[in-house]
Design a protein around this ligand. Structure first.
Ligand SMILES: NC(=[NH2+])NCCC[C@H](N)C(=O)O
Length: 399
C-alpha cells in the first residue's frame, strides 16, 4: 500500500479521521480549559456533524480510515499492547499499588476495550475496586488515565511528507500522549508495515497543524505556541537528509490561542492559492532554510508571500481573504474559516458557518463543500485540523 503526500491539494485518496466519542463526555467546565476546549460540546450532535464530514469525503472518493479502528487493529500485536499500556502506567501520579491494579485492569481488556480506554481515559470510579493510599484518597471522578479529547484533530499528531510519516512531538501536556497512539499505529499496524518515520515524540516540539506542504520540496512550518524554532530546525534537518524537500520556510505566528497553528491563519486551496487571514497576511514573514552541507543555511527574514512564491517557483501566491471586513474576518478566523481541507485543486471542505469566507472562496473559483459545525467548532479546529491525509496524488510542479 503506497502512502504519499507532497502537497496540500493533490487529489485526496486516503485520510485518517477520529470520530469523537466518550473522551468528549469527560469535558466539564472545570477541566475544559486545560483540555483545550472552549466549551462543552453536545457530543451526539458533534458525532452527527463528524459523520457528515466523513460522508462528504467518501462522496468525493476519499477512503476514510478511523483512528480508533487502526488502533484496535494495531493492539492485536503484543508489542503494541505492551508499549501503550506501559506508557500510561508510567504516570507518576499512580504510585506503585494503583499502578499494579490499573495494569491488571488493562490486562483483561480485549484490543477494542483497551483502545477505548487509551482514548477515552479511565476514571477512578470505573476501576470499581482498588486498594492503597492513592486509591483511597482520589476523588471518584479523578482520572487514573487522562482522556484525549483532542484526538479529534488528527492533523496534529502525525503528518505525511512524501512517503514518510512524521510522528510529531506535541507541546501541550493534554495532548502529549496522542502521538504515542499514532506512533504505534504506524509501527505495528500491518497496513503501515515498512513505513519510515521521519520524526519522533520526544524530539523538539512540532505539531502537524504548523506544517504546510506548499509544493513538492517546499514546506512552511509555523513557529509559535506549539512548534518551537528548534522543532522547525529539526524537521528541516530531517527532510533535507531524507531528500524530501529543498526549502523549509519557518513562519513566526503569534503565541496565542487564536493562532495556535499556522493552519489557523492560512491553508492552501489550489496549487498556487491560499485562504488567509488578512489582518495578518501582510505582516507574516518567513526565514528561508535550505539544505546542503552539514548545517542548514538560514536566509531572511522576508515577507512570507514573497518567500513562498520564490521557493515554489511561481510568480505569485494568490491570496483569498477571510471575511470581508476586519470584524467578520476576526470572527471567521476564530471559527476556523481559514482551516480548509482540499480534496483536489480548487475543491475544499469548509465549515458552513463562515459564510463570508466561503463566499470569497467561491468568488475566486474555489468549490466549497460545506459542513455543519455548531458543536465541532468548540475544540477550535476545522476540516484541516480534523484530518490527516496519508495519501494524495502527486501534483505537478505549479506554474
Ligand atoms: N491544526 C490545528 N489547528 N489543530 C487545532 C487543535 C485544537 C485543539 N483544541 C488544541 O488546542 O490543540
Amino acid at each position: 500500500m503506497v502512502h504519499y503526500a507532497d502537497s496540500e491539494v493533490g487529489r485526496l485518496r486516503t485520510v485518517v479521521l477520529h470520530r469523537p466519542g466518550r473522551e468528549l463526555l469527560r469535558l466539564t467546565p472545570r477541566n475544559n480549559g486545560s483540555l483545550l476546549f472552549d466549551g462543552i460540546p453536545w457530543v451526539g450532535r458533534a458525532q452527527e456533524e463528524h459523520d457528515i464530514f466523513a460522508g462528504l469525503l467518501r462522496d468525493r472518493g476519499v477512503e476514510v480510515l478511523y483512528l480508533a479502528d487502526l488502533l484496535t487493529e494495531a493492539l492485536a500485536v503484543p508489542e503494541a499492547r505492551h508499549e501503550l499500556s506501559a506508557g500510561v502506567l508510567a504516570d507518576i501520579r499512580l504510585g506503585e499499588t494503583l499502578r499494579r491494579e490499573v495494569g491488571d485492569y488493562l490486562g483483561y481488556l480485549d484490543p477494542a476495550g483497551l483502545a477505548r480506554v487509551l482514548i477515552g481515559g479511565l476514571a477512578h470510579e470505573e476501576l470499581r475496586t482498588g486498594s492503597g493510599l492513592v486509591y483511597a484518597m482520589l476523588d471518584p471522578h479523578d482520572f487514573v488515565i487522562d482522556p484525549l479529547p483532542n484526538l479529534l484533530f488528527t492533523r496534529d499528531s502525525s503528518v505525511w511528507i512524501g512517503d514518510q510519516a512524521a510522528v510529531t512531538s506535541l507541546a501541550m501536556p493534554a495532548r502529549r500522549r496522542e502521538s504515542t497512539l499514532t506512533g504505534a499505529i504506524y509501527r505495528y499496524h500491518p497496513r503501515f508495515a515498512g513505513t519510515r518515520l521521519l520524526y519522533k515524540p520526544g524530539m523538539e516540539h512540532l505539531e502537524g497543524g504548523d506544517v504546510l506542504l506548499l509544493a513538492p520540496g517546499v514546506i512552511a512550518v509555523g513557529v509559535g505556541e506549539r512548534t518551537t524554532p528548534a522543532g522547525a530546525e529539526r524537521l528541516a534537518r530531517r527532510v533535507f537528509a531524507a531528500g524530501l524537500a529543498h526549502t523549509v520556510l519557518a513562519v513566526p505566528v503569534h503565541q496565542q490561542r487564536a493562532t495556535m497553528h499556522l493552519d489557523t491563519v492560512c491553508t492552501m486551496v489550489d496549487v498556487d492559492a491560499v485562504v488567509m487571514y488578512p489582518n495578518l497576511a501582510e505582516d507574516l514573514i518567513a526565514y528561508r532554510v535550505t539544505g546542503g552541507g552539514d548545517d542548514p543555511r538560514v536566509h531572511g527574514p522576508q515577507p512570507f508571500l514573497d518567500a513562498a512564491a520564490e521557493a515554489m517557483g511561481i510568480d505569485q501566491l494568490r491570496v483569498i481573504d477571510t471575511g470581508l471586513d476586519p470584524v467578520t474576518a476576526e470572527r471567521e478566523q476564530w471559527d476556523d474559516g481559514n482551516n480548509t481541507l482540499a480534496v483536489a485543486p480548487r475543491v475544499c471542505l469548509a465549515y458552513a458557518r463562515n459564510r463570508e469566507t466561503n463566499a470569497q472562496l467561491e468568488r475566486a473559483g474555489i468549490e466549497v463543500i460545506r459542513i455543519p459545525a455548531s458543536e465541532l467548532v468548540s475544540g477550535r479546529g476545522g476540516p484541516r485540523c480534523m484530518s490527516c491525509p496519508v495519501s494524495r496524488d502527486p501534483v505537478g510542479a505549479p506554474g
